[in-house]
Each structure stands twice: as C-alpha cells, then as structure tokens.
Design a protein around this ligand. Structure first.
Ligand code: MF3
Ligand code: CO
Ligand code: CO
Length: 253
C-alpha cells in the first residue's frame, strides 16, 4: 500500500465515486448479454473498452503496473486478474468473473460479478451463490465503530461452513482517486481486530472463494492467478462507503 493513513472522503468526492461506481455497474450489465458460448474474452474486453470511452470514462486496468488489457476476465479455476485473450473461447458450463474499474472525473469505480455461460454444474452454481452471500455478509458488518477484521471474519465463517475456502493472497482495498490504497480488507480473519471503520472511508469488498484449497499460483504471464488444485474459484466485488448509519454501495445501477 502506498499509504498507511486511511483517507476520509468528502461529500463531493463521494459524489464522484458514486458516479464512477454507477457507470462501472452499468458496464457489467451491458456486458451480460454478450457472455455466451462462442464469445472470446478479448471480444468482451474490446466491447468494454469501446463502451467505457463512449461514456467519457477510462479503463483503470489498462497499463496499470503493465496490465495489458482493459478488464479482467477470470474463467473457472482462474481466481483473479485473468487477461482477455482472442484464443479464449467461452463454452457452455464455464463460469466467468468480469472485473471492471472505470475512472470518471479522476475517481474510480471498481466492481465485478460472476456470469454463467450456458448451464453451470451444481457445484459451480453453489460456489457462485455462496460467494455472492459472502460479499453481502461482509458488507453487513460495515458501520462506524466496527472493525475491518469483522468483515473478513463474517466472510470466512460462512464460506468455510459451506465447505469452501477463502483466498488469502488478494484482498479488498481502499480506493478513491487512487486505484489501490489503504486500508487492506482481508476476506478472512478475526472479529474485533483491525482498524476501526469511520464515516467517509471508501473501500472494496471482493471475496475470492475456492471450491477446494485456498492456495493460488500466479502464471508466467505474471498476472493470471489460478487455484493450486485447479478447482473452481468465484469472486464478486463492490466499492462502498462507510456512512453515519452503516454503508452505501457505490457500484450499483
Ligand atoms: N479490479 C481489480 C481489483 O479489484 C484490480 C485489477 S488490477 C489489474 O482490485 F491490473 F489486474 F487490472
Ligand atoms: Co478491487
Ligand atoms: Co476489481
């Protein structure tokens, strides 16, 4: 993390985060009908880039620490940071996470969701449902005075109760005019630990939940993270702000 201090955003900055987040959520919806057997992940990338520019925004991943494309497309055993590729053709039964981050007026909206290509297997469907519930249970812990560790604890307790595991190597993050900043938001851990949440803090919750082991490995392309046992992984992400009474999701339509 570039900075240890957690910045509290002003109302004006939160307004910009809301607009960027809203646009990012709309992009995920826009891509939904394209996710079909036969489409390549590069086609999804190119449509996302076109749509983003057409809406006056920029794709944050493009060129970020050398990332070569505009979105991340993570299929089946890919945990995160999958690189869109012309040779990667989606087929029925695949599950895919599309993770988009847009910059609008200098502020970031970061969100991702899972899509089914055709009909998923029973375990794939269950993994995706559990992952979505994990994100919700994590968000439900967010309120002033709560602690960062409460979020991860809620996610880990539920994921493991369902027989799945929580990825450790990637975490949620503070986000504003900077893509990744303090605080880190682990999706595992212990209640009552970590920094206290305060109104105006803005960060992501983006649990990666695995069918088998939580361990991951990064491929030679330096980006693509896959499960060590090649079993399935799912993820979903929202950007949110801590409010006086709880939280507001910034990446919604
Ligand atoms: N959007 C991802 C996140 O949730 C980060 C992608 S960085 C990239 O934090 F370089 F891989 F695009
Ligand atoms: Co993120
Ligand atoms: Co993201």
């Amino acid at each position: 993390m570039e900075q240890e201090v957690i910045t509290l955003l002003s109302t004006r900055e939160i307004d910009k985060m809301r607009r960027a987040g809203h646009l990012a959520a709309q992009l995920l919806n826009h891509l939904e009908p394209l996710v079909k057997p036969g489409v390549t992940t590069l086609q999804l990338n190119d449509e996302a880039e076109r749509w983003t520019q057409a809406h006056g925004a920029k794709s944050a991943p493009l060129g970020y620490h050398g990332f070569p494309k505009s979105i991340c497309t993570s299929v089946n055993e890919v945990v995160c940071h999958g690189i869109p590729n012309a040779k990667q053709v989606l087929k029925s039964g695949d599950i895919i996470n599309i993770d988009v981050t847009l910059i609008l007026e200098g502020y970031h909206g970061d969100t991702s969701k899972m899509y089914f290509v055709g009909e998923p297997s029973p375990v794939a469907r269950r993994l995706v449902e559990v992952t979505e519930k994990c994100r919700q249970l994590g968000m439900d812990e967010v309120r002033p005075g709560g602690r960062i560790g409460d979020i991860g604890a809620a996610i880990q307790e539920y994921a493991e109760s369902q027989g799945f595991s929580v990825v450790r190597d990637f975490v949620g993050h503070g986000i504003s005019n900077i893509f990744h900043t303090a605080p880190q938001i682990p999706h595992y851990g212990d209640r009552g630990t970590g920094k206290k949440l305060r109104p105006g803090m803005v960060f992501t919750i983006e649990p990666m939940i695995n069918e088998g082991t939580w361990e991951v490995k990064v491929l030679k392309d330096k980006w693509t993270a896959i499960t060590k046992d090649r079993k399935l992984s799912a993820q979903c992400e929202h950007t949110l702000v801590v409010t006086e009474s709880g939280y507001e999701v910034l990446t919604q339509c």
